[in-house]
Design a protein around this ligand. Structure first.
Ligand SMILES: *[C@@H]1O[C@H](CO)[C@@H](O)[C@H](O)[C@H]1NC(C)=O
Ligand SMILES: *[C@@H]1O[C@H](CO)[C@@H](O)[C@H](O)[C@H]1NC(C)=O
Ligand SMILES: *[C@@H]1O[C@H](CO)[C@@H](O)[C@H](O)[C@H]1NC(C)=O
Ligand SMILES: *[C@@H]1O[C@H](CO)[C@@H](O)[C@H](O)[C@H]1NC(C)=O
Ligand SMILES: *[C@@H]1O[C@H](CO)[C@@H](O)[C@H](O)[C@H]1NC(C)=O
Ligand SMILES: *[C@@H]1O[C@H](CO)[C@@H](O)[C@H](O)[C@H]1NC(C)=O
Length: 474
């Protein structure tokens, strides 16, 4: 098998945007070149056009994507391969990714999800959930899916993945779906993943779902869905270790980022936490949900989350913890700093009676441990109520620390700005004055208060390489 693959370079060159000199030394060799940053570069390249792809928005490209990935998977141990998706509208059903692989979308490429619900394959529920989220049985496979992979990059010049979710939202609202709705991108049991510089539109449900995965960089992503669309969470790191989500803009019908780790007894048994998660430079608009939610599925535990530079506009709450009796697990060592908030129902919201159980078999003695929740440097405007903090009776949520928060109220604020029950902690320099359960404390000059960790996480030292995308014709 020849290493160089035949490609329709002229077409690629026409759409490539950045074009280097047309011809190089060797006779007949033409190179189109693009540059991008990635965790690793690839030795082999192909275009979806090589596999019969047609970008007219009507022709179904499922087979083209599947053949392309099948073919390029042979280069896994030979430098890896990148698949280029040129400008156009590429209608497709679900396809799987492979290892040492880059999917690169041109800026005017739109991957359009097929709306034929009956053509979507059904896969098993996640072991840490035991059930689908919409219906008890299986789940429709995600549009772009990968499992047991290493070294995968999904990127490109702000190209688009459009879930065309309307039909799914309608069927869901009519309770007509037999299985859980698909996500736009799900990566399971994998390692070394990059998702960058893309726009995700109108997902049928959650947008980006890395699960049981480690070493993930998500950067420069725009996620847009109607603010009333059901469960269109932006990014859901679920039982993941070492994740860095940065420079992301999300408008959605559910939590912009929802940190998870499995559901009730299934999550407790699976026992895989989400830990070492960085979220920075997030902008969120989500009037009925949180900028960042921790839970409600947190039964495998959530630990060491560091959120910095968070802007939320017209969002229900900022960083919300959702849990309940039966969840078990823990949420601890959570650090949030530098939030700018505008128009919000509750700045601080912790819910200990979330309900929403996988089934009736949950263990009523499985109480979550919520401890070490730190918020600092917060400016909010036009807020209805500063805080609603509700722990669980007999299971207080402890170590809540709030420092340097100035909360400006709306024209019709609630009379009581703080309601607190079954919580313990301290505050400093917080306006309006907090509830009695979070008394003001003298700030330690030396150690500060509610401080952000000063060490850096391994995922932060991953440097991206400059890759170029060259397509050669013999
Ligand atoms: C994303 O795009 C920006 C702006 O074009 C660029 O600076 C950055 O390197 C890109 N990042 C990745 C990971 O491709
Ligand atoms: C994609 O992967 C899933 C899980 O391994 C599998 O069930 C499905 O058949 C694969 N789809 C294709 C088209 O290979
Ligand atoms: C994928 O990885 C998981 C977790 O290690 C393992 O249980 C499963 O058998 C693997 N699946 C395949 C298809 O290799
Ligand atoms: C990417 O595209 C989206 C949707 O058109 C747009 O809102 C966003 O500003 C674009 N991002 C960049 C970095 O160009
Ligand atoms: C308080 O928060 C504001 C806004 O984030 C910040 O500019 C200021 O430096 C903080 N003050 C202290 C003493 O940390
Ligand atoms: C303030 O919040 C209210 C909702 O509580 C909203 O209707 C109003 O438009 C907001 N005002 C500004 C100036 O954003």
């Amino acid at each position: 098998m020849k290493k160089q693959m035949k490609v329709f370079v002229l077409v690629v060159v026409m759409v490539a945007g950045v074009i280097m000199e047309g011809t190089e030394g060797r006779k007949g060799k033409i190179a189109g070149s693009l540059e991008y940053s990635a965790i690793s570069c690839r030795a082999h390249s192909a275009s979806i056009l090589d596999f019969g792809g047609v970008g007219d928005g009507v022709t179904l490209n499922t087979q083209a994507f599947r053949s392309a990935v099948d073919h390029l998977s042979q280069f896994q141990s030979d430098g890896g391969a990148q698949l280029f998706v040129p400008a156009g509208k590429w209608l497709t059903g679900s396809f799987n990714l492979t290892s040492h692989f880059t999917l690169y979308l041109h800026q005017d490429a739109v991957i359009l999800a097929s709306q034929e619900i009956n053509t979507w394959a059904v896969i098993d529920p996640l072991p840490s959930y035991g059930h689908g989220r919409d219906a008890a049985g299986g789940r429709y496979i995600s549009l772009i899916f990968g499992t047991n992979l290493t070294d995968v990059v999904i990127t490109g010049e702000n190209g688009t993945v459009d879930g065309q979710g309307l039909v799914w939202w309608q069927q869901f609202k009519k309770k007509k779906l037999k299985y859980t709705r698909p996500y736009l991108l799900e990566i399971m049991h994998s390692d070394n993943i990059q998702i960058s510089n893309l726009t995700f539109l109108n997902s049928p449900s959650w947008n980006i779902h890395p699960v049981y995965t480690s070493n993930i960089i998500i950067q420069g992503i725009t996620i847009l869905a109607p603010i009333t669309s059901p469960n269109t969470d932006g990014i859901n790191p679920d039982s993941c270790t070492n994740t860095r989500i940065e420079d992301t803009y999300i408008v959605s019908g559910d939590d912009c980022i929802a940190v998870k780790s499995g559901w009730d007894e299934y999550g407790i048994n699976y026992g895989m936490p989400t830990k070492h998660l960085i979220i920075r430079r997030l902008t969120c608009i989500s009037p009925y949900s949180a900028a960042i939610a921790l839970g409600s599925e947190m039964s495998g535990g959530i630990q060491d989350v560091r959120a910095d530079d968070i802007t939320a506009i017209q969002t229900e709450s900022a960083v919300r913890i959702k849990t309940g009796v039966g969840r078990g697990g823990y949420v601890k060592d959570i650090f949030v700093k530098n939030m700018k908030l505008h128009t919000m129902k509750w700045v601080f919201w912790i819910t200990g009676n979330y309900g929403s159980h996988a089934d009736t078999h949950f263990d009523p003695n499985a109480l979550p441990e919520i401890k070490g929740i730190n918020y600092r440097d917060i400016v909010a405007e036009n807020v209805t109520m500063a805080a609603r903090l509700e722990g669980i009776s007999g299971d207080p949520f402890t170590g809540i620390c709030i420092y340097n928060a100035t909360i400006g109220l709306s024209k019709k604020p609630k009379k009581y700005q703080w309601t607190c029950s079954d919580v313990e902690g301290v505050t400093g320099a917080v306006v309006p004055p907090p509830c009695a359960l979070l008394p003001p404390t003298q700030v330690d000059e030396k150690f500060g208060m509610c401080d952000f960790p000063s060490d850096s996480l391994a995922i932060d030292s991953v440097e991206l390489q400059k890759c170029s995308f060259e397509m050669n014709l013999f």
